[in-house]
Design a protein around this ligand. Sequence first.
Ligand code: HAM
Length: 431
Amino acid sequence: MLAVRYQYDRATMARSDFQTPPGTRDLTEPTSSRVRRLVALFAEEAERAGFGQIVPPMFEDVGVFVRLGESSDVVAKELYSFTDKGGRDLALRPEFTASVCRSFAQTRPLLPWKTWYSGPSFRYDKPQKGRYRQFDQVGAEVIGSDDPDLDTELIALAWRFFAKVGLRDVALSVNSLGDFADRPAYLDALGAYLRSNADALSEQSRATMATNPLRVLDSKRPQDAAVIAEAPILLDFLSESAAVAFERVTAGLKALGVPFQVAPRLVRGLDYYTRTTFEFAASGLDAAQNAVGGGGRYDGLVEALGGPPEPGIGFALGVDRTLLACDAEASFPAERRPIDVWVVSTTAGTEGIELVEALRNDGIRADRAYGGRSMKAQMKVADRSGASIALIMGEDEAAAGTVAVRMLRDGGGQEPIDRSRVLEKVRSLLP
Ligand code: HAM
């Protein structure tokens, strides 16, 4: 252990003013329990729709993520990759979809495989509000069916979730990126168009144009807007079967009453997408970070990860951004649930800890102060705790085998109760 420690720079070791690394935060109450409730709501929705949970490792062989597309920012610039002590090249996951496909290829579960997940992802992104280096996602994936009704169902699942958390100002954009076979003709047309308008594009987009012209459509730089608005669209290049599938998806969304707009220039930040792609934008957030979720089909990814040529579709929602969007709409408020019972004990014996234990064993939320403080000091803490009931034991109560039950709110009174009846009494007082 010591040998390992001495590999570090002594100046760093001597510091004691550590902060969270840029782009990361401590989630504490009430945000931490808000996140937990949000995930629980998502789990409930997903499981109601037949999805089972997957908890993949947070790091994988770096090759798993390289399949997301070497020209995408997520892989080219933002991957947290490292070599472990065994010489393996690994990376922290920037998203879950690749891990789900790797897991499918590795374990070959029954088809269709419907799985949901939640947890942190890591991207070396430029930190700002709504953009973090460690952020939480919830998501769902289905491998093994190319039925377009599944696309509709998945979009509807995400939509239902946003409705459940009370978000109203969310706009759904859908597009079809066609099959890989539809791409070359489109990329030729797009490339020619971009080259002929290169002078009007930003320097970054001129650079992107050469490696991945599709990604130019994703530029949020104002200078590029006019050129992008007139660019050829993939929907005009779809094969017959991709066009029919997309029709079926939009008809399904209409039938389910899920409002959407077709966004023919919607391309996503990862390279694996085929056919249906979609994104949810919250109008309460800044435009650069207003995507609260997105997803689509990835009909070649499982095969690229060594599995059979099974199609897949899924989505991921950003938990941090969803909560920011909730804040902007004053929905899904943080819940402050104070403790119910505060135990105040000044006896020399173990009555205090025994009572707290008995209450908790009985399913009652109970807490106490530590350090043998005076009755007055403990009562002050009890008042501040937000508990509705204080159970008080001084030497008198200990000698008489009683506990004084005091109502802490609404000027409530105090009455002595026999120790054997305390739990029953507390239960009768709690809502
Ligand atoms: P994504 O669009 O890269 O898609 O991420 C999904 C969501 O994660 C975004 O809409 C956003 O809310 C959130 N997110 C992404 N990056 C950050 C960040 N740096 N800070 C905070 N939130 C962020 C995927 O990850 C795909 N795996 C979705 C998918 C699943 N496609 C098919 N299946």
